[in-house]
Design a protein. Sequence first.
Length: 236
Amino acid sequence: MAKRGQVLAYSMLGMKLKEISERTGVLVSTCSNLIREAKRRAEDGGNPDLCATENLEPKPNALKGSQQCVTQEEKDHLVAVTLSDGDHCRMTYAELAVACKGNPQVLFLRVLISGAAGLDISRQTVRKVLQENGINRRKAAEKPSLTLQQQAARLAFCLNHRNTNWKEVIFTDESYFETGALRRRRARGVLRRAGPAEVYLPQNLNRKFAQGATVMFWGAILHGKQGIKLAQFLVK
């Protein structure tokens, strides 16, 4: 209540929003909302004093959120656009706001920014709506880039060796580490829900290609043989 009173009192003295924000420590957007709401109440109630109790008191909790800036239909559309493909799930919140705004079927209510009304949705609202639906920025899963023939060959191998006793098989593999300053393109995380259902959807993957300045390492594993025991077993 004290902060509200200060904001409204400074407003009645003719101060600008930026100066009010600096003096009270309240965000410019919040100051704008408080002043606008107090003026609306003053006009409806006929009391021009913005600091009057009826113009100053905050809304009851039961009314908070009753006039949201986006409808449920608009929220559903935002979620659908975000998860639609590999480009949208890698967009920033600000880029998603522009992408949704450009759709003629989506009309967002005005958001006051420094007192100027516009037809926009803020990146904070985009982030909040997505988080409400369990969508956050997460690391993209890695998947080798395979041709259809390679995929078919791997599936056939798995089906042909379903009953193999893998405890008697030595698994070997090699891996490389980049030594140069190469950076993988589109390293930005993807927007998706937690859990395995969406991890390996095509738009949520980063394709791996063996390229760049690297150092190669080789290793092997066998059931029941660890560390030096495996090396001794291989020598025998």
